[in-house]
Design a protein around this ligand. Structure first.
Ligand code: EPZ
Length: 418
């Protein structure tokens, strides 16, 4: 079984350039379906989730090739509106193809993505919003059979929760609609603006009317575009955490520093010294991290749920107690049992995890059960005494490009072994 063998306690230092954002690339790749032409996307990370999205596009009739971190997509011909069960289950967020397919072809037949390791992942908000746009949706034996009479009609819609995926699906479905769609209580994550910027680069008319309202004026068609995906804010924060847990000092470059603003107070309170300009950040960790107090995950611009697990690896070795309240996903503490195998002192009660920092963690064989929980185990192994083996790398490879190469260049003693 493939594993990362990590010999801990090495101070990390040096410079790392941040990969493209997985959570921007996925909806933008879906958005390419709306353009009857050629889309060139730069800064697309080479990840298994992105490969899954590319496989879906190819199954729909698109021609795609990758040149390093650039995807060249020709979506002139869409030959079907159906996505197979197998392809839908390769990646949970494939539901974002629904809105794009409906906008381009007027119909879509795909399976409901189902839950995943971190929660049930319902899609009721997606379906309610699409029905309000005039989409007929039949849910039968796990498949969604959707179609629109004529074209999608723009409308004012309010989301009961600022769901990232539901926001993206409405934006994609409304881009070629008749008339104006106003989306109220939309998600505000940076990936939403990146999707809007991409669609506007193809000729869409999407505006932000205030913090949580998005206005989409339907257009007849989109044209070719060449676009750069933003860098990954969660990956950037993860490298910051790798410096923090090893008492290291690091330059993290080529990412919009404002996107990680929600986690800066956590790093400051942990005793890290940070200087930054618009796209680059320098972090110097203290000898021993201090407790940063309570962490409550929230929609952007609150503390991101995707950074809860990496932050818990920091809390595990900090001096004091950290209380985590996970408000977004209902089973996002799968990394706790594995961190405890390494000597972490954590107790979980429902959505609350209380972490008493310990002086040191000890190496162990640990098993990733989801993407961000998996990287938290890597961080803990970097801090631990001795040699740890981290298994189930398929989870980590979904979101972190060249993780062992990058950490090794920063001074970690880490190898991928079969
Ligand atoms: C996106 O997932 C991200 N994935 C997630 O990142 C991220 O954790 C999440 O947003 C929150 O920021 C991608 O962008 C590919 P949501 P998404 O819809 O769109 C509930 C990672 O590690 N909800 O904002 O699925 C849902 O159950 C991944 O990179 C409904 O109830 O997130 C959850 O509790 C993990 N009904 C909350 O909303 C719905 O119809 C947030 O979900 C939709 C969502």
């Amino acid at each position: 079984m493939e594993k990362l063998r990590i010999n801990g306690k090495k101070k990390l230092s040096g410079q790392v350039s941040v990969q493209g954002s997985k959570n921007s690339t996925l909806p933008i790749v879906a958005g390419a379906i709306l353009c009857e032409g050629k889309i060139i996307l730069h800064n697309c990370p080479d990840l298994t989730d992105v490969t899954a999205a590319v496989n879906i596009l190819e199954s729909l009739g698109c021609k795609i090739r990758r040149e390093k971190d650039t995807l060249i997509i020709d979506s002139t011909n869409i030959t079907t509106s159906e996505i197979s069960e197998k392809l839908m289950h390769e990646m949970r967020s494939s539901i974002v193809f629904l809105g794009a397919l409906l906008a381009r072809t007027g119909k879509a037949n795909l399976s409901a993505p189902g839950g995943c390791e971190i929660g049930l992942r319902p899609i009721d908000l997606h379906l309610k919003a699409l029905r309000e746009l005039g989409v007929e949706i039949k849910e039968e034996s796990g498949r969604l059979c959707c179609q629109v009479k004529d074209k999608i009609k723009g409308k004012e819609i309010a989301l009961a929760f600022p769901s990232v995926g539901a926001t993206e699906n409405v934006m994609l479905a409304a881009t070629l609609a008749q008339g104006r769609t106003t989306l109220i209580n939309a998600a505000r994550e940076p990936e939403i603006r990146n999707l809007a910027d991409f669609l506007n680069s193809c000729g869409a008319k999407i505006y932000f009317a205030g913090e949580s309202t998005i206005v989409i004026d339907g257009v007849r068609r989109l044209h070719d575009s060449e676009f750069r995906v933003i860098s990954d804010r969660i990956v950037a924060a993860t490298y910051m955490a790798s410096a923090a847990v090893t008492g290291g000092e690091m330059d993290i470059i080529n990412f919009p520093v404002s996107d990680i603003a929600p986690v800066l107070p956590f790093f400051y309170s942990s005793g890290c010294k940070i200087t930054a300009d618009e796209n680059n950040l320098h972090i110097k960790a203290p000898k021993r991290l201090r407790s940063p107090g309570t962490v409550r995950t929230m929609p952007f611009p609150g503390f991101p749920t995707d950074f809860q697990a990496p932050a818990m690896a920091m809390a595990a070795v900090s001096d004091g107690t950290v209380i985590f309240i996970e408000t977004i996903f209902e089973s996002r503490y799968k990394h706790v049992s594995q961190l405890k195998r390494m000597g972490a002192n954590i107790s979980v009660e429902g959505s609350v995890a209380v972490v008493q920092g310990v002086a040191r963690l000890s190496a162990a064989n640990v098993y990733a059960e989801d993407l961000r929980g998996g990287i938290a185990l890597v961080l803990a192994a970097l801090a631990a005494d001795g040699t740890s083996d981290v298994f189930n790398l398929k989870h980590i490879d979904r979101g972190y490009e060249n993780i062992e190469e990058n950490l090794s260049l920063l001074g970690a003693d880490i190898k991928r072994e079969v």
